[in-house]
Design a protein around this ligand. Structure first.
Ligand code: NAD
Length: 344
């Protein structure tokens, strides 16, 4: 079976080739799937895509006319595909619901520690041979209150680490997970969580109910020196309101692995381009903002998991079976929480 793989980079291609073990013919491009690149997949049976790829209705229409009947998402999140339209066309879609939740949870911790202990500044001063400590004071996570929004696989992995630090963990999620309760996590409302937390970490999917979940009103509720971590999806946070809150010192800092308009920006080399996105430039210039380019998943273990499940999904399809990780049209509206709810 021939699969065309969009957005394939040096970091994930070897893992996909290894997982395919010549069972599938994979043809790679570094380019993203767009209306303009959809024709690359002509003559293929399936495509494999990542989060920056455009799987909107017009692109799906074009893929369909070229014979594509299967789309293997190499991500857990599926906010970038019009599942309803895919179902209408009869294009089946699978995703990778789980691949090392530790990779994302640990990245969130890495960002938090880097910000909290001023490690970037410490490194800069070290290189200048300036060994004064005056600007480097941080705070203990031990004894602090950490609020987790979304206690699915990643949120629970993050809660476990925070418990290990000796923090009190609050959570907010429409589904109360027994595993989180057993860890000593206390479920509260979003408002209580934001008012009571020193650190807030987002681990819910992006869907109609979570878009701009954190906007001006919610930043008002947060403690003035609190730190926000977003390794989930950029649009869960209202970027302009976040910038305002940081400028007004309504927040102590933000650690962002995702950005509302990251499509077309992250995963690509823009060294010779002039970036026009003012919000992005503003965030990047702020001392109390730490940005990474959607790399929380980037561990060997996660890349192995993504590749293995993607190829297994293609195996199922080739053999005429339905993968347990196929997505349905109504999941567009429920978000990946539907799976967590179904499990619990
Ligand atoms: P999951 O489905 O296991 O858990 C999501 C949890 O969010 C569920 O418990 C669900 O009930 C909860 N939720 C849904 N709506 C909510 C709301 N309004 N308020 C609070 N909680 C809500 O998903 P997961 O595997 O833990 O992944 C979480 C998210 O992390 C993904 O949807 C994706 O956007 C993001 N992610 C980012 C990266 C990265 O590299 N930065 C990698 C993987 C996943």
């Amino acid at each position: 079976m021939k699969t065309f793989v969009y957005s394939a980079h040096a970091y994930d291609r070897p893992f996909l080739e290894q997982a395919a073990r010549k069972r599938h013919e994979l043809v790679f491009t570094e380019e993203k799937l767009t209306l303009a690149t959809a024709h690359y997949a002509s003559g293929f049976d399936a495509i494999a895509v990542f989060t920056a790829d455009d799987c909107s209705a017009p692109v799906l229409d074009k893929l369909y006319t070229q014979g594509i009947r299967y789309i293997a998402l190499r991500s857990a999140g599926y906010d970038h595909i019009d599942l309803h339209h895919a179902a209408t066309l009869g294009i089946r879609v699978s995703h990778v619901p789980e691949y090392s939740p530790y990779s994302i949870a640990e990245h969130a911790v890495a960002m938090l520690m880097m910000m909290n202990r001023n490690l970037l500044e410490a490194q800069r001063l070290m290189k200048l041979q300036d060994f004064r400590l005056d600007t480097l004071t941080g705070f203990d996570i031990h004894g602090k209150t950490v609020g987790i929004i979304g206690t699915g696989k990643i949120g629970i992995a993050f809660a476990r680490i925070m418990k290990g630090f000796g923090a009190t963990v609050l959570a907010c999620d429409p589904v109360q997970h027994a595993e989180a309760v057993a860890l000593g996590v206390q479920y509260v409302s979003l408002e209580e969580l934001l008012r009571g937390s020193d650190i807030v970490s987002l681990h819910c999917p992006l869907n109609e109910t979570t878009r701009y979940l954190l906007s001006a009103k919610q930043f008002e509720w947060m403690k003035d020196d609190s730190i926000l971590i977003n390794t989930s999806r950029g649009a869960i946070v209202h970027t302009k309101d976040l910038i305002q809150a940081l400028e007004d010192k309504k927040l102590g800092g933000a650690c962002l692995d995702v950005y509302e308009r990251e499509k077309g920006l992250f995963f690509e080399d823009h060294r010779h381009a002039v970036i026009q996105d003012e919000d992005f430039l503003k965030l990047r210039s702020m001392k109390n903002v730490l940005l990474t380019g959607h790399q929380a998943f980037l561990t060997r273990e996660a890349l192995t998991g993504i590749a293995e499940t993607t190829i297994q999904n293609l195996d199922y399809w080739q053999l005429g079976y339905k993968s347990p990780y196929e997505l349905h049209a109504d999941e567009t509206f429920r978000g990946s929480s539907a799976r967590a709810s179904a499990k619990d």
